[in-house]
Design a protein around this ligand. Structure first.
Ligand code: MG
Length: 405
């Protein structure tokens, strides 16, 4: 099993700060979302503490449920040391690789894990929330749950009690599966069918996570929104490591070491000392040259590749490769003046599928898009006139919004 994963997190449109945290650790093959709660900085501290304790415990060789229990203790102990943090807590939903075709999901709270397979969405985790428990008991309908005044009350939390009960799910995974881990800021804003549709818009998990966060914001963004998308890919054929080719595809990932327990290490053999400076140079120089040329080629590629995408509501031309490449993140080359909210669904889909290439190609694509947009609207705005963006602060919360739950 090979994994490619990406994440996106946003404060939303109403909350003053982002109390969600997430983890994408390809080396540990560990992916998680935590949604913190508690006054002052409590929520932020709780979710970040839980994520770091989880990561450290798994890195130290602990099983997933033990690692989540450890995260609970870490948050509980931290809350006890500082009166400003009293009562802080967090959800925690984590995905780990268990074998060649099995995922293990550990879960506490009302964040969620979904599996998308064959264009169908399946919710794997059960919410530990008051309304979901009432729904399961048949005392509340799903429709009533959506608008219930106490729908944000959760019944199981990391960090509130010294002990915690962790739900564990063993999930089979096969090539093509996409796992979506998210905080409730996504699922309270979007129905399951919308989550499914938007999660499938892009093959790149990073962009899929971005699209989901953007959609939750467009639907109101009432809470912090965090999404981690984990794709199960075909394992590479044996003996075919081709990092350069992968890098040029813009999907360079460090190959993940096989999930195996740490083997006892052998004492390191003494390295032969280089007898002469010339001998060392003969060995080092070709390596430096190869690395330098490779780096230069990727650098050139990253800076001579352009693509069209959404940045919030704006259609922009990026320089770089979607998702970044070897540390070079795409930068905005031009903002076109086109807005997603003014585009047809077909036009939105065409932007998402537009791919990457030369600057000329990107500019031609934008010109076509502008032409198509002006013929489908009744306004008399000249296509060459760029309309100033009146709401460039869409991601900032309104100044009147105060306080969390
Ligand atoms: Mg939340």
């Amino acid at each position: 099993m090979r994994i490619d994963a990406g994440a996106s997190s946003d404060v939303g449109r109403l909350r003053p700060g982002n109390e969600d945290s997430f983890l994408v650790d390809d080396r540990l093959a560990l992916y998680a979302v935590a949604d913190g709660m508690g006054g002052h900085q409590g929520g932020e501290v709780a979710s970040a503490t839980a994520i770091e304790a989880l990561r450290a415990a798994v890195a130290g060789g602990q099983a997933l449920d033990a690692a989540i229990t450890r995260a609970n203790s870490a948050v509980f102990e931290k809350a006890a040391t500082d009166s400003a943090l009293t009562g802080m807590g967090t959800t925690l939903t984590a995905v780990a690789i268990l074998g060649e075709s099995t995922l293990l999901i550990g879960h506490v709270g009302d964040s969620r894990a979904y599996r998308i397979r064959d264009a169908a969405l399946e919710q794997i985790t059960e919410d530990h929330s008051l309304v979901e428990e009432l729904v399961r008991e048949g005392r509340l309908s799903p429709e009533e749950a959506k608008v219930h005044p106490r729908r944000s009350v959760i019944t199981r939390t990391i960090g509130i009690d010294p002990d915690v009960q962790v739900d564990l799910y063993t999930v089979d995974a096969r090539t093509g599966d996409r796992i979506v881990i998210c905080s409730d800021g996504l699922t309270t804003m979007l129905a399951d069918d919308e989550v499914l549709r938007i999660a499938q818009l892009d093959t790149d998990p990073r962009l899929a996570a971005d699209h989901l966060v953007d959609a939750a914001n467009e639907a109101g963004g009432e809470d912090n929104i965090t999404v981690v998308v984990v794709d199960v890919l075909e394992a590479p054929p044996p003996g075919a490591p081709d990092p350069e080719v992968l890098a040029l595809e813009g999907r360079a990932r460090t190959p993940r070491p096989k999930a195996a327990p740490d083997l006892p290490t052998m004492p390191e053999p003494r390295r032969p000392k280089w007898r002469t400076f010339g001998g060392a140079l003969m060995f080092v120089l070709p390596v430096v040259l190869i690395v330098g040329v490779g780096f230069g080629a990727v650098n050139w590629y990253a800076h001579h590749t352009y693509f069209v995408a959404f940045k919030g509501d704006d259609v922009v031309v990026y320089r770089g490769v979607p998702g970044g490449i070897l540390g070079w993140q795409p930068t905005v080359e031009t903002t076109t003046g086109l807005r997603r909210s003014k585009l047809t669904q077909d036009a939105i889909d065409s932007v998402k599928a537009s791919g990457k290439g030369s600057l000329e190609r990107a500019q031609q694509f934008v010109a076509n898009l502008e032409a198509a947009t002006t013929t489908t609207t009744t306004t008399t705005t000249s296509p060459s006139t760029t309309v100033p963006n009146p709401t460039t602060t869409r991601r900032s919360p309104p100044t009147t919004a105060k306080g969390g739950p």
